[in-house]
Every structure is written in structure tokens, then in C-alpha cells.
Design a protein around this ligand. Sequence first.
Ligand code: SF4
Length: 193
Amino acid sequence: MHDSLRVLRNGEKTFQRIWTNLVNAHKTEFNFKIVLRLHVNMYNKESMKQLLYKISRNLASDNRFPVFIRGLGKFGGKNDGLLPVVEGEELVNTIKDLKDLASGLNIGLVDGSIISGAQCYASKFNSLIIRSDGKIGKCTVALYDRRNIIGEINSDGTMNFEKDKFSWWVRGNFTGNEQQLHCPLYAPGSMRD
Ligand code: SF4
């Protein structure tokens, strides 16, 4: 089911690689947390249950892999009308069923407040996104905005980091401005060039 929706640009499947990476991470002693964010859609409830059983068998004893379940959403793209979104009561009931199953399988759950909440992760000091090309950013929406490239991991493992840009993203912590905490990208206060 995952592979019917999440494919590479060339159409290649992605599930097995992600799963292998998770299992390999599980085998390490490193201190990290990977939230497994699972999106419910009109067709994947049974597949989601199978995945929860798989997580239970392979990762549930490891509290570094909590699960976050939410509905597939429409965010204004040109393909919104094609998305098999579940809404309303059906979504609430489906998520409840899956969460109950996960709890029964001893899988750790997180709710949305850890991932989003009143304060966007982009305005938090301890949240960075690492892009596939090594670039470092803050916001998961403005992926092609130059303000959101605050550094880069070099091939030798060193890092370039633009402190002023970083400070702009976390400015709400100093000003106390709620908009800047809630969404630093669209809140007042421009970034100096
Ligand atoms: S658009 Fe705003 S709220 Fe969304 S991730 Fe970026 S900074 Fe945060």
C-alpha cells in the first residue's frame, strides 16, 4: 500500500528501504528518537494494521520508535482532488481503532502536539531538518526558500552553519511574539540579507 503512494521520481518503490533503515537503526545503541508518522487513507486501514503488527514484532520493545497516526490531508496541491482522504467521524473512529491496536501491541504513541503543537518545531532551538543533499533547514514547508537553508553538512563531516539565519527562525523565543512561535516563516519580522 505504501509503495502504491510513495514512490521515487522514477517510480521505484520505497517501503523496503525505509524499513531496512529502521531495523538497522534499531540494532544500534545510539540515543535518538524516530517518530513513525503513519497516514490513514480510504484504503489502507488493513494495511496499517499489518504494519502495526510488523512494528510490534520488530521494534515495539524499543522506545526510540514511537508511532504517530493521523489522516492523510489535502494541502492545496493540484492533485488534492485525487487523494483518498478519510474525514469526519470515520477518520476519528479509524484512528481510534488503530491507536487501540497499537497500545495493545505495546507500541509507544505520540500525539500531534509533539510534532506540531502551538509552537512550530521550526521555532524551537533543538529542531533541524537534514535534507537529502546535506543542507540543513528549519521549516518543512518552505523547502526551496533560501531563508530555510541555514547550513550544510560537508562530505568530510564538518558543518557550515549560518547563525544569523538560525536566530531568525527561533526569534519568537526572545520576543515572546506568538505568531513568531506559531509560524516563524509567515510571522512579522523579515530576515536581513
Ligand atoms: S510553514 Fe510555518 S508552521 Fe509550517 S513548518 Fe514552516 S514555519 Fe512551521
